[in-house]
Write a protein that binds this ligand. Structure first.
Ligand code: UT7
Length: 320
């Protein structure tokens, strides 16, 4: 038996900020952002929160799956931008849904958070511990940006995506998770420093900092390798894959991965043009778009892959 995705959902903030609007607040241009990343606009939370979007995405996914919250055994939220340090966003989602039976906790794996969640579901199901699970990727990274730093603030957007998984004959065929803590400094937000009456400068806050080129190199090297390995483990050829649903950080990364895999770029759906990089929300929001557009048929084989801070990388091959 394996974990099969039986429903998806997503939620994006109502405010859309295009590149031209950013030109008003930071030293950048629409031309630079489009040509270096492919991003044209992004959704930014004003009234929405990580939790409210996670709940809305979860409700949409449950409806799509045709199951009730009471059937859930496990709720996982991949997030690095929860509204509270504790309780976990997943516990807040559990409460809002009324999913009383579900165990709920968060996963801190940045842009690979949704994939790491799928990895946990896969393992729990194989161990016979759960039958039905909800995995969410939800972020409001806008609150962790230095809006004067053009090298980061133009890249990210807010939003949440969710998937319901159930134990079935066909589903996740292989799933890989990898972490490289040695490269942790390449993408970091250090805003929970030691803070108490016995330490000077206790209240310093910091924002997201990225060595873009290092993360870029990691992505174009690690992601194709990871996909090839996952395909190998699944016994599936790249040509059999209908879609490669990859983390939406930069269109140039997606093009490089397609080239390395020798696959046509048409197999790599994108929404980064309108959403930017939603970190853990990226893959499930895009998956929901494809699902709702009716582009997936039962039995299709797809690849999901997320990569980012940690550095982390998660890749899954699955049957829809
Ligand atoms: O989700 C986590 C995963 N994250 C990623 O995968 C990100 C991976 N990295 C990237 O996508 C790219 O490295 C970036 C899009 C972040 C940057 O693109 P780049 O082609 O590597 O540019 P760069 O950092 O080498 O900067 C080139 C120039 C610099 O100016 P000088 O030093 O050449 O004069 C930057 O100061 O572009 C400048 N620059 C900008 N100019 C206008 C950097 N950001 C901006 C900006 N607007 N927003």
């Amino acid at each position: 038996m394996s974990a099969r995705i039986i429903g998806t959902g997503s939620c994006l903030p109502s405010l859309v900020v295009d590149n031209r609007k950013l030109e008003e607040i930071v030293d950048t241009t629409d031309e630079w952002i489009r040509s270096r990343t492919g991003i044209e606009s992004r959704h930014i939370a004003v009234e929405e929160t990580t939790t409210s979007m996670a709940i809305a995405a979860a409700q949409a996914a449950l409806e799509d799956a045709g199951i009730s919250a009471g059937q859930l055994d496990l709720i996982l939220v991949g997030t690095i931008s929860g509204d509270c340090v504790f309780p976990a966003t997943a516990c807040q989602v559990q409460s809002a849904l009324g999913a009383e039976r579900a165990v709920a906790f968060d996963i801190s794996a940045a842009c690979a958070g949704f994939l790491f969640g799928l990895g946990i579901v896969d393992a729990y199901m194989k161990a016979g511990r759960i039958r039905t699970a909800l995995v969410i990727g939800a972020e409001t990274l806008s609150k962790m940006m230095d809006w004067k730093d053009r090298s980061t603030c133009v890249l990210f957007g807010d939003g949440a995506g969710a998937a319901v998984l159930r134990e079935e004959e066909q589903g996740i065929l292989s799933i890989l998770q990898a972490s490289d803590g040695q490269k942790g400094d390449a993408l970091i937000c250090e805003n929970r420093r030691v803070n108490n009456p016995y330490r000077e400068n206790s209240n310093e806050l910091d924002y997201t900092k990225m060595n873009g080129q290092e993360v870029y190199r990691f992505a174009v090297r690690t992601v194709p390798q990871s996909i090839e390995k996952a395909l190998d483990e699944a016994g599936v050829g790249a040509d059999e894959i209908k879609y490669f649903v990859l983390h939406q950080a930069n269109i140039r990364i997606l093009e490089a991965v397609a080239k390395r895999l020798g696959q046509p770029f048409e197999k790599f759906p994108t929404n980064l043009q309108k959403c930017g990089n939603i970190s853990a929300g990226s893959v499930p929001v895009l998956l929901d778009e494809i699902n709702r557009a009716g582009k997936l048929q039962r039995g299709d084989k797809i690849v999901l892959a997320g990569f980012g801070a940690g550095l982390t990388c998660g890749t899954a091959v699955l049957t829809w």
